[in-house]
Design a protein around this ligand. Sequence first.
Ligand code: SAM
Length: 483
Amino acid sequence: MNLPSAFEEKMKYLLGTEYDDYLNCFDEPRHYGLRINTAKISVEDFLKISPWPLEKVPWIHNGFYYDGENCQPAKHPYYYAGLYYLQEPSAMTPADRLPIEPGDRVLDVCAAPGGKATELGARLNGTGVLAANDLSTSRAKGLLKNIELMGIGNVLVLSEEPGKLIPYFTEYFDKILIDAPCSGEGMFRKDRKMIRAWEEHGPDYFSKIQRSIITQAAQMLRPGGMILYSTCTFSPEENEQTIEYLLKQRPDFDICEMEGYEGFSQGLPEMTDSGDERLRHTVRIFPHRMKGEGHFLALLRKKETGSLEEEMVAAPSTYPGAGSCRKSGAQTGARTGAGRKKLPEELTSFLADINRQFDPDRMDIRGDKVYYMPEGMPALNGIRFLRTGLFLGELKKKRFEPSQAFAMNLKKEEYARIIDLPVSDERVIKYLKGETLDVEDLVSAKEKGWYLVCVDGYPLGFGKLAGQVLKNKYLPGWRWQSV
Ligand SMILES: C[S@@+](CC[C@H](N)C(=O)[O-])C[C@H]1O[C@@H](n2cnc3c(N)ncnc32)[C@H](O)[C@@H]1O
């Protein structure tokens, strides 16, 4: 194993006599993880239908190992139904250890491609709001797809430098996750390409970015709120020293203990100038001590009173942005459905078939597109975004076409017209490939209209019955790719 010598020296210093154990684990097989999406299915119900043997990740209630050399969960209809997310087991920890409560306003600052944001969204379970941001717009596109696939609707998907978000969201969020860009030392075992990247941009480069992100995020947290900071690297500069930096800048923050696990290791105050003993409550994951790749986590709380923002930031009484340069074509906050304005007939008649209460004031119609906004959203003019709210569908010449995101957000029992196929039915793959289906055996040709196509009771997308056949309305960009 060719590791950069500066990295080797640091790890010897960090690990002492355990260094050889760490090196030996490079020869061990990697761990493949699958996290059950509890927004769609309970752990118990998934275990009843799991096509593969699964072994529990002991510190994550909905996390499991699978045999990645012999199973391909990404090529299974349940993946297309959003029943699980494939994720390295240690990477499941940050979202799991941030205590999300129903109704919380949650920000994931560095969210793409959504490994943690999708779990945060599942925990909100349709309440509150999840703002998932990533500086990289191309990566944020993947994030949006994963959020929609997992059926999460109470979202904002943003693509901004975090500092730009502060005036809109000063002290707004109850919980913030910062899965910071980092030098990736914890991933060397899983992905050797990370070693080359480390040589280009190492801990010094990333620690500056992390300090900036964490102090910006601190301003968007309400007093009493919590931040979970994580990296997948070992370097103290990016871990304990970043937290030490925050605590110095922000005496209104403290470190909390998080739910433990026997394989976790304590943070290392001795790797900082201050030696602040509170840093022992941070968590390190070493791959030779447990079955997961290298990570670092710190759970932080902002004290209830006397937040620095009260002194430092003149929080705007109304959200600014009106009149500032808009980055995206769409205007949010200008809700044509607001004030109980009458909604278009074609939309109301579609929604009448859905067994769910929609608040007309939260309907946002922009051009021909209809969105269902999270409650109490500030105006976001001036922020680059990819999605605000649940994209319900499009108004087209006196008809409403429901979207893929809406299909994924629905539960089978919420919609009247269902075509539920068992996973063994060859029409499942045909549907996912975008083909027209013959469904004469399942529905009467007379009952025309939109149908929600499900696999074993879990929605995959819409189809429209016309004559004897079901026209396929599965989103073309999401289609099943034959290998
Ligand atoms: C470790 S990855 C996040 C992984 C993600 N949380 C997940 O679980 O799928 C770090 C992300 O930070 C983004 N990023 C880099 N610099 C950033 C910045 N200044 N603000 C916000 N995001 C940033 C990168 O584009 C990258 O997607």
